[in-house]
Structures are given as C-alpha cells and as structure tokens.
Design a protein around this ligand. Structure first.
Ligand SMILES: [Fe+2]
Length: 285
C-alpha cells in the first residue's frame, strides 16, 4: 500500500499537479506576502509526496520568508503522505520552528508535531490544528481526533486565549455540504466534532486549504458566528481567479475584530498580484 500510494501520487503529479504548479507564481506570491504581512500562515499542503527533498526545499523557502516576517505552518494530507512519514515524525522534524506554542501544556504530542499549538499575538490567538493523517491511495480525508479536540477545548478556555480573537488554522474544511461518501474520501471526517468544540465561541476565524478554491462562509454559534475562509494554492495555474495562485490578506482591529478580508491573485500577463473577490457561500463546499 505504501509503495502504491507514492506511485499513484507521483502519477497524479506528472499527469495533473505537476502541470499546474508554477514556481514563478509561487515566487510572486511569497515576495508580496513577505512585503505586506506581519504574520504569514500556511495551511498546507506544502509538499506533494512528503519526500525529504521536498521538505528541504520548502523549509528553505519558509526560512527565507521567516527572515522578514513571522511564519506559522500546519500540515496538509500531502505532507503526511505515508504511515512511515507519520511514524518517523518527518513533518515535525522539518517544520517545528513554525509550530512553537506559547502554551505548550495544551499540545498533544502527535506524530505531525505539537497540536494544538497557540501563538498569542496582540489581540489574536493563532491556533494550529493537524488534520493530516496518512491514507490509502485515492483517499485524502482528514481527521483531528478526540484527543486533539479535547485539548483544543481546554486551550480555548484558557484566559489568555479566551480574551483574544481565536484564529484557527487547519488543512481540511470545517464546513462541507458534499455527499457523505465524498466527505469520507476527501473531507474532514470529524468536522462535526470540531464544530461542536467551537460551538461556545462568540467569534472566531477558521482558515483552511485543501480544496484549492477561495470561498468564505460562516459557522453560526449560540453566541455569535465564526468566519471560515479558504485559500487556494500559492503556485497553482488555472483560468479561474478563485483557484489560481494568490494569497488572502486579513486585517484586524485592536480588539481582534476582522476589519477586512481581501484576496489577491496572480495576473498571468505580468506576474503581478491584483485584487479578486472571495465568493461568500452558505456552506464553504
Ligand atoms: Fe490537501
């Protein structure tokens, strides 16, 4: 199975993913992000096949970014591609500097790293979750797990977190209206349990990746609502502005309220970034 997973992944890379990822787009996005942001968050996937050479190249890129701006990372399913990668903690080995927690007592020691971690930055509590687990070929679903969710509930109740705006980073979508069979193959298997853990919040922001399309939606809670926004890839080539490489830009007020959410996409004609709208939906998928 392990052999087949990388074979199918490599075939996918050659036949599809390899054709649509462009290094010049990635450089354009990273340069703009480093120039504009106080803090860059990456919600995976960082690699395609979780090869050591991919990890090393990605680490070098992120180290370059981190010289200009703080960087935070959570893993995607491609970053924890095989059980051996998971077991040998290869992602944590390479990316631990971008996942350091200010409240490490709440982090569970998972193979992907210490999750949930939190960075307390001004009015924000930036919380990293891991939904990346190794799967058989043709399955890319994520799973947070009850140990991590239990720790997340405790973390959210900590006074230093509770008085801030929680910004959660996760690779898989927390809201997904696709057929159950599709969710089990490609979604977040325990999304409902995650939403239940967040149900006591009056506000929050969840940022995710995985689906390669920029959309935004809300999770209503008893006391308010949580914004959910997805990012596309940083290197993807595609005719649709909602999919092509770009970045999302978030501004917060002094209390952590969201001032604005803007999206910028690479213009293929001159490799500049231009503004684009993020479609608002009832459900993100
Ligand atoms: Fe993914």
């Amino acid at each position: 199975m392990l052999f087949n997973k990388r074979i199918t992944g490599h075939a996918n890379l050659i036949l599809r993913r390899g054709r649509v990822h462009r290094l010049d787009y990635l450089r354009c996005v990273l340069t703009a992000a480093a120039a504009q942001a106080d803090h860059i968050v990456v919600t995976g996937d960082i690699t395609n096949l979780a090869l050591e050479t991919e990890y090393e190249a990605a680490r070098a890129l992120l180290d370059g970014l981190a010289r200009a701006v703080e960087v935070t990372v959570v893993p995607g399913n491609h970053d924890i591609y095989l059980p051996s990668v998971h077991r040998e903690r290869r992602f944590a080995h390479h990316f631990e500097p971008f996942m350091r927690s200010d409240l490490p007592q709440f982090a569970r020691d998972l193979p992907a790293g210490p999750f949930p971690f939190v960075k307390l930055r001004g009015p924000l509590a930036i919380i990293g979750l891991s939904s990346a687990v190794p799967r058989p070929p043709f399955v890319s679903a994520g799973y947070v797990g009850h140990h991590q969710l239990e720790a997340l509930a405790q973390l959210l109740a900590h006074p230093e977190v509770a008085r801030r705006m929680p910004v959660l980073l996760i690779h898989h979508p927390p809201v997904d209206a696709r057929w159950r069979a599709v969710r089990l193959r490609d979604g977040l298997v325990d999304a409902e349990a995650l939403r239940h853990t967040l149900a006591g919040l009056s506000r929050g922001l969840v940022l995710y990746g995985h689906t390669h399309v920029r959309v935004r939606c809300h999770i209503p809670t008893a006391a308010g609502s949580i914004h959910v926004v997805s990012a596309s890839g940083a290197a993807l080539d595609h005719p649709d502005d909602a999919v092509r490489a770009g970045l999302n830009e978030y501004h917060f007020d002094a209390d952590g309220g969201i001032d604005s959410v803007d999206s910028h996409v690479v213009d293929p004609s001159d490799l500049s970034l231009r503004s684009t709208a993020i479609a608002a939906r009832r459900s993100c998928l």
